[in-house]
Design a protein around this ligand. Structure first.
Ligand SMILES: Cc1cc2nc3c(=O)[nH]c(=O)nc-3n(C[C@H](O)[C@H](O)[C@H](O)COP(=O)(O)O)c2cc1C
Length: 204
């Protein structure tokens, strides 16, 4: 069965981002692991933690800070991220998570010439977000993660965003519905990008 890793960095109980992510997840078949970052012990890396991680890996163990997240990420078939826009970007805990999953030998490797090769199994990243305002530059959120995960071997991605939810007078239900219809359309009328992803859904 396909492994779907649902990385959730939403905090509000009635999070709009999470509503959208769960709508998207209803299209995906497989075993979903819901990783709620705010309930996990995710800390920034330090040089000591990095050294401990290298030592553990030498001994074939994943028992040092963050390594279990790196292994889980590398083994997932599909990555779904739910991340609201915070301060023009995403909640910084997601960046801490990324720092923890980036490990030479697990999610990527570097050859003797210094070239990177991604080692992650996932064929697709879905990034779901919600914003209070409009016209934000995606380079700080989705764009950043798309590039980072591409270095880890995940080359196909899609972003779904409900925007301007906090603008006075906004019809929030309608804005969420528009985003849901975009999600529906991407699964019902797959683009070339989504179709490239089809072969691994043969277990449906
Ligand atoms: C700490 C914080 C920072 C935010 N920063 C921004 C921002 O820079 N730009 C923006 O458009 N909205 C910003 N917002 C608004 C949220 O992106 C918006 O309300 C979004 O819908 C929240 O998603 P949620 O409903 O999933 O929690 C911020 C909200 C919070 C709580």
């Amino acid at each position: 069965m396909r492994k779907i890793l649902y990385i959730d960095v939403c905090t509000r109980p009635d999070s709009r981002t999470r509503v959208l992510a769960e709508h998207l997840l209803s299209y995906l078949e497989g075993e979903v692991t819901h990783l709620e970052l705010f309930k996990e012990d995710i800390r920034p890396l330090t040089s000591e933690a990095r050294a401990q991680r290298r030592e553990c890996l030498k001994q074939g163990s994943y028992d040092a800070q963050g390594l279990k997240y790196a292994k889980q990420f590398a083994e997932a078939d599909i990555i779904v991220i739910a991340a609201p826009v915070w301060n023009l970007c995403f909640p910084s805990l997601l960046l801490n998570y990324c720092e923890n999953i980036a490990e030479d030998g697990i999610t990527y490797r570097v050859d003797d010439n210094g070239n990177h090769e991604g080692l992650c199994k996932a064929r697709k990243l879905y990034y779901v977000t919600a914003t209070g305002t409009r016209n934000l530059d995606p380079v700080f959120g989705y764009g950043y993660l798309k590039s980072l995960f591409s270095m880890l071997g995940i080359h196909s991605s899609a972003c779904f965003s409900a925007e301007a939810l906090d603008v006075p007078g906004a019809d929030v239900d309608m804005l969420l519905d528009i985003c849901k219809r975009e999600i529906d359309a991407s699964f019902n009328f797959p683009s070339r990008d989504t179709m490239q992803f089809e072969p691994i859904s043969s277990d449906k």
